[in-house]
Write a protein that binds this ligand. Structure first.
Ligand code: NDP
Length: 328
């Protein structure tokens, strides 16, 4: 039996708490591939799971961490062999199946992808579920038929993980990007990713008119609630918003006016289900379209020993870009 270190969330009558523990391979959950994890990352969802603020964890005990990268140490899955470098994200990791904030994992090979060509494990975790979700949003707008020639795009929660990758991807694709942020001190960071205009998030905070000035052709919203309602009210005719997040709230106090009077569409985006083909496409595009400058700009690497404290900060909206956890 191999011993390894993990963050584990336990729950009893006193409530739930996350701590560093030592575990053994025998305690891992079922799966046909075993992995030595080298890198993980902190997503907003991991912050919710670790603090217990959001009902993310569906069974206890749980190892949090919706993403990991590492090397296969044993496999009976036909697609993977010992020594392969792999990435995993979503698929219930850190929610219903032990996740990536540990030195070891055992999962279904159907949830794994080979490490995309051109990316290091650290790059892959800089991208992580947040980056895949940002790419899914871009792909959703493209499938809808929107392109930069239609006008500017707005990104909310722009200095966060999903938002910052979305800004980089959209700017690279030629969009004029308006970044909505509550942190003016991150203006230089957002500009370096390609933002053309910074907008104070207070402009979107209060309930507004059902139809407002048409400012954007498209949007990527990571925030939800009144912010998303205001974004919808400012989208031009036949535009669309890809909505993936609820950093401000789960509610949507909106009217149907943008839909029925301007033909605006709201596109839901989720990145939990495996959908390997769509993930493969997203990872390949991320490897091609996110340049190393953008990856370095959005990344902050931290040691595993700091992951618990940083996850707690994350839900307070204090994270900038993407936090990579060095595990191995
Ligand atoms: P981060 O914490 O990195 O970023 C969230 C950002 O939202 C913050 O940086 C902040 O941006 C903004 N924000 C936070 N609180 C508020 C508020 N009260 N009002 C307005 N803006 C606020 O999180 P992630 O980027 O990892 O995730 C963003 C959202 O996307 C989360 O809700 C997450 O659950 C969701 N998500 C959904 C997925 C899916 O499958 N649908 C997958 C991944 C994430 P700023 O400082 O710039 O204002």
């Amino acid at each position: 039996m191999t011993a390894f270190n993990a963050i584990r969330i336990d729950k009893d009558e006193a409530g739930q708490r996350a701590t560093y523990v030592s575990m053994t391979d025998a305690e891992l959950m079922d799966g046909d591939v075993e992995i030595a994890i080298t890198h993980s990352t902190l997503n907003y969802k991991d912050g919710l799971a670790i603090t217990g603020i959001g009902p993310v964890v569906r069974r206890f005990p749980m190892i949090p961490g919706v993403d990991f990268a590492g090397r296969v140490t044993a496999s009976t899955h036909p697609c993977f062999r010992r020594g392969d470098s792999v990435v995993a994200g979503g698929c219930g990791l850190g929610e219903a199946h032990y996740g990536g904030l540990a030195q070891r994992a055992r999962v279904s090979g159907d949830w794994l992808l080979p490490l995309p060509e051109g990316l290091s494990p650290q790059d892959a975790m800089t991208i992580g579920t947040a980056g895949v979700t940002a790419m899914f949003c871009v792909m959703a707008l493209e499938r809808f038929g929107l392109s930069p020639s239609r006008g500017p795009v707005v990104v909310t929660g722009a200095a966060g993980g999903v938002g910052s990758v979305a800004v980089a991807l959209l700017a690279r694709a030629g969009w004029r990007v308006a970044a909505v942020t509550g942190r003016p001190e991150e203006a230089a960071f957002l500009t370096s990713l390609g933002t053309a205009k910074i907008i104070d998030r207070n402009e979107f905070a209060a309930p507004g008119k059902h139809l407002q000035q048409r400012r954007f052709a498209a949007g990527v919203d990571t925030v939800g609630s009144t912010t998303l309602a205001n974004v919808l009210s400012q989208i031009d005719y036949d535009g669309a918003v890809a909505a993936c997040g609820n950093a401000r709230g789960m509610d949507l106090p909106a009217s149907v006016a943008p839909f029925i009077l301007r033909g605006v569409s709201l596109i839901g985006v989720e990145s939990v289900r495996p959908r390997l083909e769509m993930r493969r496409e997203a990872w390949a595009r991320l490897a091609r379209e996110l340049d190393h400058h953008a990856l370095a700009e959005v990344r902050e690497a931290i040691p595993f020993s700091e992951a618990l404290a940083r996850a707690r900060n994350l839900v307070e909206g204090k994270a900038r870009g993407r936090i990579v956890v060095e595990i191995g």
